[in-house]
Design a protein around this ligand. Structure first.
Ligand code: SF4
Length: 326
């Protein structure tokens, strides 16, 4: 739950910059609050507010029209700081203590803790609690795509990977299964989830095995596919055109047809009518895994394509990630 939208901080920034037009960009789950936040800013500041209504899933997707100031909620900056953007990360204020007490008996002696951005400010508290209870606790420093130690993105697990060798297990604080699944596949270690929104603890082992069985079946079925669409995103933080071009060359070397498709928003409707046997997504790595069931045709990641083409063994299966530039 988020109670502090940092309205005063935004108003101060508007005043400091003398902004007249402010654009708000919010993740899907928070758009219900957009009109209320816009109203507060217009009431208390001398500004016109425009709310971006396009879908937004990450800081990789900053809107092109920014007015005098873009206020981007719910994500931290990735890779390069942007002067025109004020990031309001929105931390959760749910009490973690009851879940930490519940998870304690399930934890091994040395653990690494990681979190989605809303819970990154809670990591020092989590670390202190676990250390007081005799555990050895590590927090990994990620590459430049993540803003804080211990933070993970659905496309970047550099923080947990940095400390993986030192620990027996990971504890992830956040919602959903995709992020902890990524930690599990990036490190090969057990992952427990403390999910404050659902008020529950989950072990990722069974989910990870189910997803791996599903991915294995999809990859095996693509042996006979002869044409592939390689989907490139035009979003600045997802655009991997060089990788797309390499995959096109690899497919053609293997006697397959390959067409590059450019999209802003990769969703199932936008792929309907494109006449290929399967798609490879070089856009957000989450899409091929999380949205798989919504698509009419198979959609895989670049690393899964390597397995289809015999360039990588199934035993070396890895999650698709977008690395930081530093
Ligand atoms: S590429 Fe996907 S996982 Fe990465 S920041 Fe963007 S929306 Fe999030």
């Amino acid at each position: 739950m988020i109670s502090d939208w940092e309205i005063q901080r935004i108003l101060d920034e508007i005043e400091r910059r003398g902004s007249r037009t402010v654009v708000l960009q919010l993740p899907e789950g928070l758009k219900k609050d957009a009109a209320r936040v816009a109203g507060k800013l217009e009431e208390r500041g001398n500004v016109t507010v425009v709310v971006s209504a396009d879908p937004c899933y990450g800081a990789c997707d900053l809107t092109a029209f920014r007015g005098d100031l873009l206020v981007h909620f719910g994500h931290a900056p990735i890779s390069v700081p942007d002067e025109d953007v004020l990031f309001i990360e929105l931390s959760s204020d749910l009490d973690l203590l009851p879940l930490l007490e519940e998870v304690l008996p399930k934890l091994k002696k040395s653990v690494a803790i990681t979190a989605a951005i809303q819970y990154v400010p809670s990591l020092p508290t989590v670390k202190g609690f676990l250390e007081q209870n005799g555990l050895e606790v590590h927090v990994g420093e990620g590459d430049s795509r993540v803003a804080y130690p211990g933070q993970i993105l659905g496309c970047n697990f550099s923080a947990p990977r940095a400390v993986s060798e030192n620990v027996e297990q990971f504890l992830y604080v956040g919602e959903g299964n995709f992020h902890p699944l990524g930690i599990s596949l990036a490190t090969g270690k057990d992952v427990l989830v403390v999910d404050p929104e659902m008020n529950e603890i989950r072990d990722m082992a069974e989910f990870r095995d189910r997803i791996l069985r599903q991915r294995h079946a999809i990859i095996t079925d693509l042996d006979s596919a002869s044409s592939f669409g390689i989907v490139v995103s035009s979003k600045s933080g997802q655009n991997r055109f060089g990788l797309a071009r390499k995959m096109k060359e690899d497919l053609e070397k293997n006697g397959k047809k390959a067409v590059l498709f450019l999209l802003d928003n990769l969703n199932p409707d936008n792929l309907l009518g494109l006449d290929v046997d399967a798609f490879v997504s070089v856009a957000c790595p989450r899409i091929a895994i999380d949205d798989y069931a919504l698509h009419k045709k198979p959609i895989i990641t670049p690393l899964e394509l390597e397995i289809v083409l015999g360039e990588r063994k199934w035993e070396d299966y890895a999650f698709d990630e977008i690395e930081g530039d530093r």
